[in-house]
Design a protein. Structure first.
Length: 514
């Protein structure tokens, strides 16, 4: 494996990423660190401090994608033959490197994405968790052995890798989500071309560097930096890419599914959400309040799983909204590297404009603004993409602010009069990722678990905080039936082969010889 030509392994040299430092990043193609063939680059800047340049990245094009796919296809012919437990050992090694370097990786992530250090540490931790969890699959990758209907005949099913997988990842979990896709793909015997979000390319890049350092052979992992149309689309359209795993918006997911249909690629999609927390009148209100604050404003509301709607019983509405508005308006905004900060900036100014447009929509729809509703520009905040935690009360379930994914710190409060109405409102959007109910009544909790249309339901916990060992994904326009995480992610990254071994020494005819 040739070394990066820019400043390699800077993170292992103990430099604190919070110190202003920039780096020229390159693509990794077939084991070589290369600039883009376009000759172009783009900048990655800190959304809390615009003068802080994290690094420059290749602004790649279809030729870079083609080279990466060819390298991955070549590497596949040998990687698929490496025994799965050996493949997994590279991932265990990567887990250890990530664990040792967690603090530095988290600090760079805060600089490029904005979320607070406690959360970027959590993001790296999620990659470490995924590595340990899925590397153990190297000694499982279970198939089934089943009886044959004929004598002296053996039957089983085995998993086989797909080939080159194209992984397209978002900016809100800059390392965790690339790890959710890359690690299982590799354990299963696939090779990878990764295109991370151009808002947060450094963290995905560091993940790939860690895999290189762990000894993953040349061409098995490749990273091509750049935009959605210039790099993402060529990956999706490439005939030698066998599978696409994408996390992002439902609109882009639908386009990817359509395009992938032309070459009948497998597509695993993790898309939008409009997650809700229900608060019943019997709930522990203190707990419910902490839950919704964390679910709605943690990560500045930029999680697929973020709490975007609070569905509250009429009896406890006034108290909940009063306390919530008070607490939300006191949350401390700032640079995520400052330990006092509770809410970081949005990922960029364009996203802040988008979030603010929903504030205008909410007002025009007649909802009542009870907190926030504007950019935060006081003092040093003026240099970043900060937006005040925003709460709309008196929201009707059909309003756009109650139906569309906003992906920012905006919460819509909807009042209901019964459990049935609460679940009906919760289910009444095109999405179905995460959900939550706060109640002390076990019967109500069990009914909610049964009747809520979502891939994830929490009881007495917020909508965010999924763990890697359980399936992650959603129903309706949140996805297309695949799940990340848990043992289920292996289904996304493998093909089944059924094997029949006839040791009778004669022609036996299934369904006919009886
Ligand atoms: C996402 O926002 O796409 O469950 C992922 C959670 C995190 C993962 C979120 N563990 O909130």
């Amino acid at each position: 494996m040739s070394a990066p030509t820019a400043t390699p392994a800077t993170l292992s040299e103990g430099r604190r990423a919070s110190e202003p430092a920039r780096r020229e990043y390159l693509n990794l193609i077939g084991g070589k660190w290369l600039p883009s063939r376009t000759g172009k680059t783009f900048e990655n800047r800190n959304p809390a401090k615009s003068q802080d340049l994290v690094g420059t990245f290749p602004d790649s094009g279809s030729e870079d994608v083609d080279a990466a796919v060819k390298a991955a296809a070549r590497a596949f012919s040998s990687w698929r033959l490496v025994p799965a437990p050996r493949r997994a050992e590279f991932i265990f090694r990567a887990a250890e490197i990530l664990r040792d370097r967690k603090e530095d990786l988290a600090r760079v992530m805060t600089r490029e994405m904005g979320k607070v250090l406690a959360e970027t540490r959590g993001d790296v931790q999620e990659a470490i968790d995924m590595a340990y969890y899925i590397a153990a699959e190297g000694r499982r990758l279970f198939g089934a052995t089943v009886p044959s209907e004929l004598p002296d005949k053996f039957a089983m099913s085995v998993r086989q890798p797909l080939g080159v997988c194209g992984l397209i990842t978002p900016w809100n979990f800059p390392m965790a989500i690339p790890s959710w896709k890359t690690f299982p793909a590799l354990v299963a015997g696939n090779t990878v071309v990764l295109k991370p979000a151009s808002d947060t390319p450094a963290s995905a890049h560091h993940l790939i560097e860690v895999l290189v350092e762990a000894g993953v052979p040349e061409g098995v992992v490749n990273i091509v930096h750049g935009g959605g149309s210039t790099v993402g689309t060529p990956i999706v359209m490439h005939p030698d890419v066998k599978m696409i795993s994408f996390t992002g918006s439902s609109d882009v997911g639908k386009v990817i599914a359509e395009r992938s249909a032309k070459t009948l690629k497998r597509v695993s999609l993790e898309l939008g959400g409009k997650n809700a927390q229900i608060v019943m009148e019997d709930a522990d209100l203190d707990l419910a309040l902490e839950g919704v604050l964390w679910g709605a404003f943690g990560t500045t509301g930029q999680r697929c799983t973020a709490t975007s709607r609070l569905i509250v019983m009429r009896e406890v509405h006034d108290e909940m909204v009063r306390r919530l508005a008070d607490r939300a308006s006191k949350l401390r905004l700032g640079d995520g590297l400052d330990p006092a900060t509770e809410v970081g900036p949005l990922v960029n100014r364009a996203q802040r404009e988008r979030v603010h447009s929903y504030t205008e929509i909410g007002k025009a729809e007649g909802a009542k603004l009870v907190a926030g509703g504007a950019s935060a520009t006081e003092g040093a905040l003026g240099d970043g993409a900060f937006y005040k935690p925003t709460i709309f009360d008196q929201v009707k379930p059909s309003m756009r602010i109650a139906q569309e994914e906003i992906f920012g710190p905006v919460l819509s409060v909807i009042t209901v009069s019964s459990m049935e109405e609460a679940i009906q409102v919760l289910n009444g959007t095109p999405f179905g990722l995460s959900s939550s109910i706060y109640t002390r009544d076990v019967n109500r909790a069990m009914r909610a678990i049964r009747d809520i249309e979502a891939g994830i339901t929490y009881v007495n916990g917020p909508t965010i905080g999924a763990e890697v060992q359980l399936p992650f994904g959603g129903v309706k326009e949140t996805g297309n039936g695949h799940r990340e995480g848990g043992p289920t992610v292996i289904d996304a990254f493998t093909e089944w082969k059924s094997v029949y071994i006839d040791y009778s020494g004669r022609l036996q005819k299934a369904q006919i010889d009886r």
